[in-house]
Design a protein around this ligand. Structure first.
Ligand code: NDP
Length: 401
């Protein structure tokens, strides 16, 4: 009997719960727990299965988490709350002997900065406890790392350049909205850009470097160089890579809103006093922006996320490789009530937990997804709504930038 505990009942948590419920042979019992229990209850009601139960937890508190884990005794926790809770949840997992999976690396609340060092520091403790922690198992990070591992395993003797390309060509009909938690999203995009070149990290201004890239079934879209967390682990796990970059598309309308939000101070993450109450402007902004979970109904178009890799093939000849998935917002909504950004994150998170529970991704310690066998994972995401495609030895565009 396997039991999974999902923490977080937002857009991603909703998709994870729906997808786990579709596999009773793997996830015999499902518990959804979050800060607001009514949201968990709504998800459970939409699924309508007596195998799904709900609970309440403040995941900032290790004590509350330990009580929750002792009450339910899950085999694995899928953490789809916010990156701020990663360390408290990992700590509680160690105290209670529970395995762990997340989709975003730890970020302190008071500093817009993310890196793996905080979570990698738990490696020895998880290993000694015989517990597996799977880090960054959404789409990017997540499938992007597994795509890279698949390319290394099946095609390349030496990967030299990696460009992860993330396009959302969807239209939700709102003047401005973010596709996942607005606070996390805006913190990520307004930071400096960063990429890896010949053993060093090169810093750029926020959204300074951009170029049009052509996405399958979509066409050309302005794509902006951002720093993204999977670059940190991928260049360590695949040391032949000499240049690694991450690109994301944004429309002009979105960027104009973002600039105004920054210029008027609404992207600030420090506390200010307003009418005798302390508020964080970015958290206040989140409260008035559209809820990403409510965007699905009128969302049209699709996302396209993939890896463009160049290097030497198994015979030592130059080769290029592009592996990607396109996901329709409408189809994601029809299946789970959520748009494609939540869907493309939730399906890999469910799949990673499935890999663990079926014994394919069991490795005591703390690991990024590219350290596991990519084959069963990629077969499973294709069967669970995220089919992927390959383009071999065609121009990658990115070599010209
Ligand atoms: P949402 O804001 O929609 O949902 C977050 C959920 O976590 C809410 O249910 C929220 O509860 C709950 N939560 C927040 N704080 C706590 C707490 N202290 N204790 C318990 N529950 C808490 O976010 P998303 O669903 O859009 O994103 C979830 C995660 O997925 C984020 O970490 C995000 O960074 C990551 N992500 C990863 C991607 C990838 O490809 N790897 C892509 C997109 C997202 P409440 O409703 O009460 O606020």
């Amino acid at each position: 009997m396997n039991k999974v505990l999902i923490i977080g009942a937002g857009g991603v948590g909703t998709v994870v719960a729906h997808k786990c419920a579709m596999h009773p042979e793997v996830f015999n019992e499902i518990v959804i727990a979050s800060r607001t229990k009514s949201k968990c209850d709504a998800v459970a009601k939409a699924i309508g299965s007596d195998r799904v139960t709900t609970d309440r937890v403040d995941a900032d508190s290790v004590d509350e988490l330990v009580e929750l884990f002792n009450r339910h005794r899950p085999d694995i926790v899928i953490n789809v709350a916010l990156p701020y809770q990663d360390l408290t949840i990992m700590e509680a997992c160690l105290q209670c002997g529970v395995n762990y999976l997340d989709t975003a690396n730890y970020e302190p609340k008071d500093e817009a900065h993310f890196e793996y060092s905080w979570q990698w520091a738990y490696r020895e403790r998880f290993e000694k406890a015989g517990l597996t922690a799977i880090l960054g198992c959404g789409f990017d990070p997540g499938v992007s790392g597994v795509f890279t591992a698949y390319a290394a395993k099946h095609y390349f003797s030496e990967m030299q350049t990696l460009d992860i390309v993330d396009c959302n060509a969807g239209d939700h009909g709102k003047a401005f909205a973010t596709n996942f938690n607005p606070e996390i999203n805006i913190r990520e995009i307004t930071q400096n850009g960063r990429y890896y070149q010949d053993g060093k990290w090169v810093t750029t201004g926020p959204l300074e470097i951009h170029a049009p890239l052509t996405y399958p079934n979509i066409g050309p879209r302005d794509s902006y160089l951002l720093y993204h967390e999977e670059l940190e682990s991928l260049v360590q796990n695949f040391p032949t890579i000499r240049r690694a970059r991450f690109w994301m598309t944004f429309g002009q309308e979105y960027l104009t809103h973002l600039r105004v939000i920054q210029d008027i101070g609404m992207a600030r993450i420090d506390e200010i006093e307003y009418n005798g109450v302390k508020i964080v402007p970015l958290q206040f902004l989140k409260a008035v922006l559209p809820n990403p979970q409510d965007l699905g109904e009128n969302y049209h178009g699709e996302t396209s996320i993939g890896c463009r890799i160049a290097g030497l093939d198994k015979e030592g000849k130059p080769m290029t490789y592009y592996i990607y998935n396109n996901c329709s917002h409408e189809e994601a909504y029809r299946e789970t009530g959520m748009q494609a950004v939540s869907y493309t994150t939730g399906v890999p998170a469910m799949t990673g937990a499935m890999m663990f529970l079926t014994g394919k991704w069991v490795k005591p310690g703390v690991h990024n997804v590219e350290e596991f066998d990519p084959d069963p994972f990629l077969a499973a995401i294709a069967e669970n709504g995220l089919p992927w495609h390959e383009i071999i030895n065609e121009p990658l565009e990115v070599d010209k930038i």
